[in-house]
Design a protein around this ligand. Structure first.
Ligand SMILES: [Fe+2]
Length: 372
């Protein structure tokens, strides 16, 4: 049984005229494809096309509701080359998949800074700042994945000359500070304010038992922007609690191996295998649950937009709150027995056993305290 709200072609045709937007027309006019991406097995090898505006190669890998929130693209900088300079009235977060290089950022006031990066680095482009990426290798391409809020901005204004060619420095976002990309950070609760993380694969995390099984977590506010992102890690032999939220979380696997189950409310779970470089993009309000079946802790980066989080009146994302309390997270105690059975079987193939008992016990004690 599936519950994906699919209707007949005849029914869908009545709304076909509303499917195209200034944003989707823009991507096509760039000569690039938008691949509808619930799952990408390997971002390192996903096929790219020549992208004249950028001077490299690219592809868009957008979630199913990308007309309205955020988008995702992969871009490659040729060996010994650089992309064209660009400025844009939308925000952008970048994770480096392969290679090494540098980026120059400058504003109309003439302040220019540059920083170096390599595989595993993460940074954001300050709003409307000029920027240019350079490949640091003459032999190997450099490849990154980025998430932006271009759909919101392009659909709001339509005028591409305005979006890509407006002379204005947002000095509260970037004012040429020499140490802007020095990797400094201020931690406020789970949130780290920073503009550059040199090695996100090994960044220390903060304990977050609310998501289950001894996990580590950190959230980012980058380049003083409003798009959000987080890194999550979970130990060997464990899995996270299933939860659902709005569209636009692009979950990029940084290390480890395992699988994710995803399903719409009332539907059967589907299984997506992952390794370093895979990407999972849970559709709007689909439940999803990540399982570590590998020999090291599994870590992922989720690039999102605020619309992804559906919060309660206290500002807490409902994906962190038990369904028993009206949230959108399924407690271990309430999951289908097959979930545990499948996990045990997957681990057994590697000669392992689940290490979930402590997490189950801790959760039961908490649920008792809540009186749910
Ligand atoms: Fe999620």
């Amino acid at each position: 049984m599936t519950r994906e709200s699919v209707v007949s072609d005849e029914f869908a045709r009545k709304f076909a005229a509303e499917k195209e937007t200034p944003y989707t027309r823009w991507v096509r006019s760039e000569g690039l494809d938008i691949l509808s991406s619930i799952y990408v097995s390997d971002l390192h090898t996903v096929e790219l096309k020549r992208w004249t505006r950028r001077g490299g190669r690219g592809v868009f890998l957008n979630h199913d509701a990308s007309r309205s929130t955020n988008d995702c693209y992969v871009c490659e900088i040729p060996p010994g080359g650089e992309l064209n300079p660009q400025r844009q009235l939308y925000e952008e977060m970048i994770y480096v998949l392969d290679g090494r290089g540098s980026t120059a950022v400058w504003n109309d006031a003439g302040r220019r800074i540059a920083f170096e990066w390599k595989k595993g680095a993460m940074f954001a482009i300050p709003l409307n700042a000029w920027h240019q990426h350079f490949n640091g290798s003459g032999l190997e391409p450099a490849r990154y994945v980025a998430v932006t809020n271009a759909p919101v901005v392009i659909n709001a204004f339509g005028d591409l000359n305005f979006v890509f060619n407006t002379k204005y420095d947002f000095t509260d976002r970037f004012n040429g500070e020499p140490d802007y990309f020095a990797g400094k950070g201020e931690q406020r609760g789970l949130l780290l304010d920073t503009n550059f993380v040199a090695d996100a694969i090994n960044l220390p995390l903060i304990a977050a038992r609310e998501r289950g099984a001894g996990g580590g977590h950190i959230r980012f506010s980058m380049a003083r922007g409003h798009m959000n992102s987080h890194i999550s890690q979970f130990p060997i032999g464990t899995y996270k609690k299933a939860h659902a939220h709005g569209p636009g979380a692009h979950v990029i696997i940084m290390s480890g191996e395992g699988y994710t189950l995803m399903w719409p409310e009332g539907g059967e779970p589907r299984r997506y295998e992952w390794k370093e470089g895979s990407m999972i993009v849970p559709p709007n309000m689909w439940y999803h649950q990540h399982f570590n079946t590998g020999t090291i802790p599994a870590r992922y980066l989720a690039f999102k937009a605020e619309g992804t989080s559906i919060r309660n009146a206290q500002g807490v994302p409902k994906a962190w709150i038990s369904k028993r309390l009206g949230g959108d997270q399924i407690d271990y105690a309430d999951e289908a027995p097959t979930i545990r059975q499948w996990f045990a079987e997957a681990l057994a193939r590697h000669g392992f056993q689940p290490r979930m008992e402590k997490a189950y016990e801790a959760e039961l004690a908490e649920l008792q305290q809540l009186g749910t």
